[in-house]
Design a protein around this ligand. Structure first.
Ligand code: PXG
Length: 438
């Protein structure tokens, strides 16, 4: 096979050439385990990619998808819709914080974010405040890879090449990662609430009346699990209220159990104006996301002639019946199996396992909140990211566990229904690997 044919598949967020030297190929999954093309079983410490909290191939979700695809495979959702999308919108908004009773379907987290930003701009304009056009993100924020999300995002390599094409009128809060003061905090770090005042600073700079929305992940995920300083989200909410700015929580990771509740907003008891979701909405089985908004936002759009489209936005697959059927089955399982309670009951064990690495000479920080956690290693001199990649590969080939490395930060997203002993064993395997690298 020539190289061009071998490389037909251009892999996302992957070092393609390095990967192709020895491909890591998964061909099956059941519960908490993958199977590989060379017949091994691998324990998944990352729940897919933060997606599959209930485990892989959950029989109830599989059955719902199989049934739906044979009954209604697709129908347009512009000007007509399907029964499953209608039901899922109700289920999701019933679980959402009070006063958030409307939900718009998309196909991914990136689309969820760009949709939320467009809704924020449209909302202000509908209310006669079309001057509110500025969007505020945060350094180290990850809001997907579309132009809106990339612009409000704060992960440098994701922005660098596209710098000239980012949205204008965007500014960023400083990030809240402060290893010097907060290293090895368990749960919310004690220092850094004052960083929320950055929003006041931006309101002074741009005038708060020009700002449409602020978007943050309640707990930053991709940048390496950065829980908010205690009191920080509450303070952001206050400042937004003072200036009439919409607060968007990007809960693509946080929603549906990762923080022990249906939504991170409920865990923090801070209610945003818009919530973006994806991943856990269908347990990762079929791509789907949902943007959930406060009633005032939806109502503001419901003006003008009734025969006119209120929001000129939507995707061919918004509310896809097979995705919605997967979503409905997923919501059923969350309730029937008491998944969110189970997730909360695993938190202490998870925290203890993570923090058992605090004494390791290569480890410079451990951070965790809910069932999100990282072990951050020092970068090797002159080769940042090399240690992380080595750990990932050794775990995959030598220990039969999948461990996600973001540069030198090892990220963990255990199943919401993990078996505590299997969790322990996976961290013992990780310890063996970290002990072998320099
Ligand atoms: N927002 C947040 C908070 C995310 O975590 C997205 C938006 C984009 O979702 P889509 O479905 O368009 O990929 C995400 C995605 C990691 C990792 O290693 C996390 C994501 C994607 C890739 C890697 O933490 N989250």
């Amino acid at each position: 096979m020539n190289a061009a044919v071998e490389n037909a598949y251009w892999m996302p967020f992957t070092a393609n050439r390095d990967f192709n030297r020895k491909p890591r190929v998964i061909t099956g999954a059941e519960g908490h385990w993958y199977t590989t093309d060379d017949g091994r079983r691998l324990y998944d410490t990352f729940s897919g990619l933060w997606t599959s909290g209930l485990g892989h191939c959950h029989p109830k979700i599989v059955a719902a998808v199989q049934e739906q695809v044979a009954q209604l495979d697709y129908c347009m959702t512009f000007q007509a819709t399907n029964d499953k999308a209608l039901k899922l919108a109700r289920r999701v908004t019933d679980m959402a914080p009070d006063g958030m009773n409307h939900c718009f379907f998309v196909n991914s987290g990136s689309e969820s974010v760009d949709t939320a930003l467009k809704i924020a701009l449209g909302y202000h304009r509908a209310r006669g405040e079309g001057n509110r056009t500025r969007l505020i993100g945060r350094e180290k924020g990850y809001h997907g890879v579309n132009f809106g999300g990339m612009s409000v995002g704060g992960i440098v390599p994701n922005r660098k090449v596209f710098s000239a094409a980012l949205l204008p009128g965007v500014d960023h809060l400083r990030h809240t990662l402060d290893i010097e003061r907060n290293a090895f905090s368990r749960g919310l770090p004690p220092h850094g609430i004052e960083l929320a005042e950055d929003l006041e600073r931006l309101c002074l700079l741009h005038d708060g009346s020009n700002i449409a929305a602020v978007i943050v992940e309640p707990v930053a995920g991709s940048a390496g699990v950065i829980p908010p300083p205690a009191g920080y989200l509450e303070r952001l909410r206050e400042i937004c209220d003072q200036h009439g700015i919409l607060l968007i929580f990007d809960e693509v990771i946080a929603a549906f159990g990762r923080l022990g509740h249906a939504f991170g907003a409920q865990r923090f008891d801070v209610t945003p104006d818009i919530i973006t979701t994806a991943k856990g909405l269908t347990n990762g089985v079929v791509p789907m996301g949902a943007v959930i908004v406060r009633d005032e936002i939806f109502d503001a759009f419901m003006s003008g002639p009734e025969h006119m489209i209120e929001l000129f936005h939507g995707y061919t697959y918004s509310g896809h019946p097979v995705a919605a059927a997967a979503g409905l089955a997923t919501m059923d399982v969350y309730v029937e199996e008491g998944t969110f309670e189970q997730a909360r009951s695993l938190e202490q064990h998870f925290e203890d396992l993570l923090h058992s690495f605090a004494d390791h000479p290569l480890v410079i920080d451990v951070r965790n909140f809910g069932l999100m956690g990282v072990v951050e290693m020092a970068p090797r001199n002159g080769a940042p990211g090399a240690r992380g990649m080595e750990v990932h590969k050794k775990c995959f080939w030598d220990e039969n566990i999948v461990v996600r490395a973001g540069m030198d930060t090892l990220q963990f997203s255990p199943f919401l229904n993990s078996n505590p002993d299997e969790m322990t064993q996976s961290f013992e395997a990780l310890r063996r690997v970290i002990d072998t690298i320099d």
